[in-house]
Structures are given as structure tokens and as C-alpha cells.
Design a protein around this ligand. Structure first.
Ligand code: URA
Length: 445
């Protein structure tokens, strides 16, 4: 099959067959189709879009480029949560141990910071000794022993995405719904899951700036996951301000530990509980024979949202989720008891009074990068000790001289990060409209 014919077809907005997509992706992964032809296809997809059937086929062939996890038939549902990326998003650190305490197994393959958004692996690496490069064998062992693991992708897990993602990054083809769907879902499906929940973020600190575009992405992800046999649901969550107060690496781990100890900020807990509830309900409707300790009143894992929430909250109240997190950290070589580095603190004070009218969350993400808490280019070494702590939320009223944020940055570092934080928080005389934090996303499948 000549790849040029496939390019012509997509260029002219025709629907590609499964065989055409399969041939292209297999050829690209094997090195037989060069980067320039793959770039041309990515741009044609970006411009012409894909039907749900084409998107599912692309996902399936990307998945087939690598290995997938095979789990023992032990009746323990394998689940995961994936976020499309935000500022201050440390939900994975809190949710994975909570789910493990509810009898689910969580093989969470996470990523590093992308654009202005922070990465779960970068945060976890601020824990002394913590390894994010586990082999597939080690991942299986930690899941079996602890119930949850958070680590990076191994080289043989969806290699086609590894190559294609790097290419998209330099060919202006990242923000394409079919390409994002295939990229995210191929990696999640390789985990061999029973259920997946997606946290699709919208707003100033998200890839999807509007609720409408986030909904479109969520629908594509949910439809593709379910087509491929994984019970997939999604929530749309607001990213017009950071989630929680802390943004950075070590400071976010500290906030996640505080959340596991029962003193997490309300917005972080709300998103965590909502996503966890989705998963417990998904496995409840799937699971035929849950362990007795996990049975809800109606015989499933949990029968209703309020029971699921209660069960998740109990993992925090009992201290079990905190213990589970420490167990996971130890199994991955880390030591939670060694204090994490935190740079000296300085304050950003309000220079006028008014309401916090808007927050440029993307600018806040850029501030962390300016403080070396994120990468400007591949291979940059991170300073895990930097970051900031929000002292205000949208709609708060502040007086002149009141702190807007505390910034953690070494004295020798330039003022760029601090200036970006100050610039990102806008005050006004008018009280702003503040939308819902969590919204359901219904998809007809
Ligand atoms: N995250 C991914 O893994 N892939 C994308 O294309 C976008 C976000």
C-alpha cells in the first residue's frame, strides 16, 4: 500500500479504512515510513479531523505497536484516572492510594510536565529515592503487593506514541482531538484496565481553554475507551485557577500528604472524591464477584454515588490511605520521612484592593518553569524546591497589602517567576462569575 495514497485521501477529507491506518502506523513504528510522511498525515488529520471509527482504529494500531499488561484473573478490578493536565493538579497522588484501600488495583502510568502543566512524575521525584522508571515486572509486583503504583511508561509501551508525540510537538499538530485521543487512550488501554475515568480540564490553565472544546475531547475519549472494551467515563473540571493552594513539585507532594492526612483543600478533595466515585461506580456495574469486604448494600462494589464517596472518605478518616501512600513510596524506593526541599519563602502583596477577578493559570505554570520547577527544553534538570502557594481564590476580596501568594524560590534565582505569579492574579472592583468546579459529561454510546 503506497502511503502517498493514504495522505491524498485524508488531505481530501475522505474516511481512511482500518487497513490504511494500520499499515501507516505499523510502517511508522517500524521505521519504514519516514517522519516527513507521518508529519503530513498528522497535519491532514489536524485539518480534516477523523470519524469515531477512524479515531478508534488509530488508537488500536498505536496500542498494537507495543506490549500491554496482562493481569492475573484475580477478580480485583484494574482501574486508572487520567488528567488532561493542569496547574497544581496532584489528584493522582491522593486518589491512587484511596482506590487501593477500596480493594481496586491501580497501575498508573504517568507523565512529566507538558507545556505549562505540571507532571506527576516530576512531583514524585522530589521524594528522596523515589523511582519512576520501574520495569513492567516491577510494576506488576508493586501492584500485587501494594495495590497501586505511579510510574513512567516503559520503552516498549506504545512506542508509536512515543515517536509520534515528539513529532507532533515540533509540527504544530498537538491540539487535535483525534490525535490527542489516540495518544492518551493507547497508553491507558495498554495498562489492561477494567475501568478508566478521565479528568478533562478546561480553562486558562488547561489545553482546552473552553468548556465546549473540553466536552468534545471528553466525548471522543469516552467513546474510544468504551468501543475498545474499557468502561470509560469522564468529568469536566475547572482549571481557571490552580487546584489546591500549592503549585510546584515538593510543595505539591506536601499538600497531597496533608490531603491524605485529612487536611486537604476543599477543591482538591472535591475533584478527587468525584473522580474516585466514578471509578467505584464503574467497577460496581462491571464486577460480578467483589471481595466481601468491598460489597455495598446491593452486592456490587458500591451501589450508589453517596456510598462510594463515603467509602473513599473513610480511607482518609481511618488513616489507611496515608499508610498506603507511604507503602507505595517505599515499594518504589522512596523515603517519605526525609523532608522534601523547599526554597526560601517570599510574599506577593496586593497593590490595590478589590475582588480576585481572574487568574491566568497558564502564566502560573510558566512561573514554575521560570523558577526551574519545569522544563524549558528536553533534558533540563529540575529544582524541586521551588513553587508557590496561593493565598487567594477567584471571588475573594483583598485589601491593599494583603498577601496574594507566597513564592518559594532561591535568592539567587531571577525575579522572573515571582513577577509572573504577580502578573497572573488580576484584581477588579466587580465580583466575577465563578463556574462549577466539577461537571458531568454524558456521552451516548
Ligand atoms: N497527553 C498525551 O499523552 N497526549 C496528547 O496528545 C496530549 C496530552
Amino acid at each position: 500500500m503506497n502511503p502517498v495514497w493514504t495522505l491524498e485521501k485524508k488531505r481530501d477529507a475522505a474516511e481512511l479504512s482500518d487497513a490504511e491506518i494500520g499499515h501507516f502506523i505499523a510502517g511508522y513504528a517500524a521505521g519504514d515510513i519516514p517522519d516527513y510522511q507521518m508529519s503530513a498525515l498528522a497535519m491532514a488529520i489536524f485539518l480534516q479531523g477523523m470519524t469515531p471509527a477512524e479515531t478508534a482504529s488509530l488508537t488500536e494500531h498505536m496500542l498494537a505497536s507495543g506490549v500491554t499488561f496482562k493481569w492475573p484473573n484475580d477478580g480485583l478490578p484494574k482501574v486508572d484516572k487520567h488528567s488532561t493536565g493542569g496547574i497544581g493538579d496532584k489528584v493522582s497522588l491522593v486518589l491512587a492510594p484511596m482506590l487501593a484501600c477500596c480493594g481496586l488495583q491501580v497501575p498508573m502510568i504517568s507523565g512529566r510536565g507538558l507545556g505549562a502543566t505540571g507532571g506527576t512524575l516530576d512531583k514524585l521525584e522530589s521524594i528522596f529515592g523515589f523511582r519512576t522508571d520501574l520495569t513492567m515486572g516491577e510494576i506488576v509486583q508493586v501492584v500485587d503487593k501494594v495495590g497501586c503504583v505511579i510510574t513512567g511508561a516503559t520503552a516498549d509501551l506504545v512506542p508509536a506514541d512515543h515517536k509520534l508525540y515528539a513529532l507532533r510537538d515540533v509540527t504544530a499538530t498537538v491540539p487535535s482531538i483525534p490525535l490527542i485521543t489516540a495518544s492518551i487512550m493507547s497508553k491507558k488501554l495498554a495498562e489492561g484496565l477494567d475501568a478508566l475515568v478521565l479528568d478533562v480540564k478546561f480553562g486558562s490553565g488547561a489545553f482546552m481553554k473552553t468548556l465546549e472544546s473540553a466536552r468534545e475531547l471528553a466525548q471522543s475519549l469516552v467513546e474510544t475507551g468504551n468501543r475498545m472494551g474499557v468502561k470509560t467515563t469522564a468529568l469536566l473540571t475547572d482549571m481557571n485557577q490552580p487546584l489546591g493552594r500549592m503549585v510546584g513539585n515538593a510543595v505539591e507532594v506536601d499538600e497531597a500528604v496533608a490531603a491524605l492526612e485529612g487536611s486537604g483543600p476543599a477543591d482538591l478533595m472535591e475533584v478527587t472524591l468525584a473522580l474516585g466515585t466514578e471509578l467505584l461506580l464503574s467497577v460496581s456495574s462491571d464486577s460480578k464477584n467483589p471481595p466481601p469486604s468491598q460489597r455495598g448494600d446491593r452486592g456490587g462494589f458500591v451501589a450508589a454515588a453517596n456510598l462510594a464517596r463515603k467509602q473513599l472518605q473513610e480511607t482518609i478518616n481511618s488513616g489507611k490511605a496515608r499508610e498506603k501512600f507511604a507503602e507505595m513510596v517505599a515499594a518504589q524506593g522512596g523515603n517519605l520521612d526525609i523532608p522534601r526541599p523547599v526554597a526560601p519563602k517570599s510574599e506577593i502583596l496586593a497593590t490595590q484592593s478589590g475582588y480576585v477577578a481572574s487568574i491566568d493559570a497558564e502564566q502560573l505554570g510558566q512561573a514554575v518553569i521560570a523558577m526551574h520547577g519545569g522544563r524549558r527544553q528536553l533534558g533540563d534538570k529540575l529544582d524541586h524546591s521551588t513553587g508557590f502557594e496561593m493565598q487567594v481564590r477567584l471571588g475573594d476580596h483583598v485589601d491593599v497589602g494583603q498577601p496574594l501568594a507566597f513564592v518559594y524560590v532561591p535568592k539567587e534565582c531571577s525575579n522572573e517567576g515571582k513577577a509572573k505569579v504577580a502578573k497572573a492574579i488580576h484584581l477588579d472592583e466587580e465580583f466575577p462569575t465563578v463556574g462549577d468546579l466539577v461537571m458531568n459529561c454524558t456521552v451516548d454510546i
